[in-house]
Ligand binder design. Sequence first.
Ligand SMILES: Nc1ncnc2c1ncn2[C@@H]1O[C@H](COP(=O)(O)OP(=O)(O)OP(=O)(O)O)[C@@H](O)[C@H]1O
Ligand SMILES: [Mg+2]
Length: 645
Amino acid sequence: MSYAHDRAYTAEESARYRILVEAITDYAVYMLDPAGIITSWNAGAQRFKGYKPEEIIGEHFSRFYTEEDRARDLPARALGISAREGKFEAEGWRVRKDGTRFWAHVVIDPIRDARGELVGFAKVTRDLTERKETQEALKRTEQQFRLLVQGVTDYAIYLLSPEGIVTNWNAGAQRIKGYAPDEIIGEHFSRFYTEADRLAGMPQKALETAIREGRFENEGWRVRKDGTRFWSHVIIDPIRDDYGELVGFAKITRDITERKNSQETLERAREALFQSQKMDAVGQLTGGVAHDFNNLLMAILGSLELLKKRMPADPGLLRLLDNAMLGARRGATLTQRMLAFARRQELDVQPLELPGLVAGMRDLLASSIGPGAEIRTEFPPGLGAVVGDENQVELALLNLCVNARDAMPEGGTIRIGAREELLGAGNSQGLRPGHYVCLSVSDTGEGMDPDTLARATEPFFTTKGVGKGTGLGLSMVHGMAEQMGGRLMLKSVSGKGTTAEIWLPAVEGDAMAGSPEIKNAATAAVAGKMRVLAVDDDRLVLFNTTAMLEDLGHEVVEAGCGEEALGHLEKSGFDLLITDQAMPRMTGVQLLEIVRDRWPGLPAILATGYAEIPGGVQVATPKLSKPFTEQELAQALTSVRRRPA
Ligand SMILES: Nc1ncnc2c1ncn2[C@@H]1O[C@H](COP(=O)(O)OP(=O)(O)OP(=O)(O)O)[C@@H](O)[C@H]1O
Ligand SMILES: [Mg+2]
């Protein structure tokens, strides 16, 4: 706009311009004389600045400037620039009549007369306060938003083009996926997927779902820059412009590997608890059944033994009898295993040196395993002793070696080794804190799949087919290890082999002093007839014990319970008391306590298939494991006799 007067306006034209200018309310349009004095004022000026024409005409325009701008002589400089360069244009703060400020866009044009002489200035001002505020607010929120998104480190938040190209990248994305922004912007997002998912077209499907359903959400494996995987939760939202056109996708990814891991750990712990509860329940059942069977078998075996002695020498009958005894003994072995699993085995716990124990078993192991497999033993020098029952540990080792051989039908090497372990409180093995020796048997056989491994210690679980395996081998080892305060642990990989470990508590300090028990007693016939009080609540067993004792030449008085036994003791004298442990109302141990009190000199034997002699009760009485043979009974009698009363 130029206000230079190229020609003279008619009076009518001038009047029309004046009306026009004065009517404008969106712009302040007014004139200054060359010195900056206001000479005209329109409606817009009045509206923005608050002055009426009569208040402001004749005043200097610098009053619209802020204090600071006036101090910098800005008003005069603006006029100078306008006069010199033909135009001054700027944005800045201006002051209203009431002292408030507004953001103004200002143009000052010089006005010259026909001769080019400066006669004044035309000034046009617009109030941009509102626009500036909206712009600034927008800028602020955009900036805040950017800072927010950029700063989030727990979530990868980034944008994709409609084709799936990464267009921006936040701190979380960098942290979780490992790429710096300049490495990844411009790349296709499918590189975050696993190879298999990429080949299955998952990235494209995700975008398609987001377009079709307005959102895509799932969990899955994603790959970091270094190739490692993480379990992620992903959301993809399509972004559309005002016309509904797809302009890209917003993608939010969270690394929930940890959550997944802790969930899985919890699941495993729950599974382990369930497993141990199941084993306990099965143990209770098995133990109960085995206990009863044990008594029955004892009666059968005992009677058969006596029958054999008294029978006429007929080879035909003898063969039948031997066969029956063999069957009964096999049954007894089975019930022993079941009792071991149920942790109701009679244990003779003492310090054991494992290398010596294994060396002593070499021949037995070699003959049980046969020529196919070779046994190697590797023990570290100075291995500590364990606390355990020698026979049971031997039986357990034999079972493990037989399993190892069965797993290697083509032959191979069975390694027996041991190492010491120190477990702290809250160890993952669930064992009491302390020193352990871990006896291991490893094979390189067929191994077990996870299902078989999970069930291997269950009683009667076998994969060996009818008549081949009883499924009690590992059950026995498991129960025995637990009863000794240790644990059986199985590690196996299908096709690779199995390692079975028996953890046994190590001897703490010098506890190598044990007391010789019945097992060391010399086999000897009983010299001299005794008067024996036999106590058992099971009539069959009692009958059997009595028959054996009588066969050995003794006189027997029977009692069906502890109370009855005490009654007999009060009435007459005895040379020996032999009592069952598991009886209702009064157990064998309780009976023995009373007897020791009132008849301190009376020798006694505790016969039991139940190991459940209450903890803390020191039973000095010799023990006899059920079922026992006549010979074992005879040994027990001898050892009792040799003991000082
Ligand atoms: N070393 C091993 N390698 C592969 N599988 C094994 C091994 N040890 C045990 N198993 C699996 O565990 C099952 C149970 O073993 P366990 O010793 O309790 O019973 P079994 O060997 O089948 O029968 P038994 O020991 O009474 O003769 C086996 O049938 C087999 O499937
Ligand atoms: Mg077995």
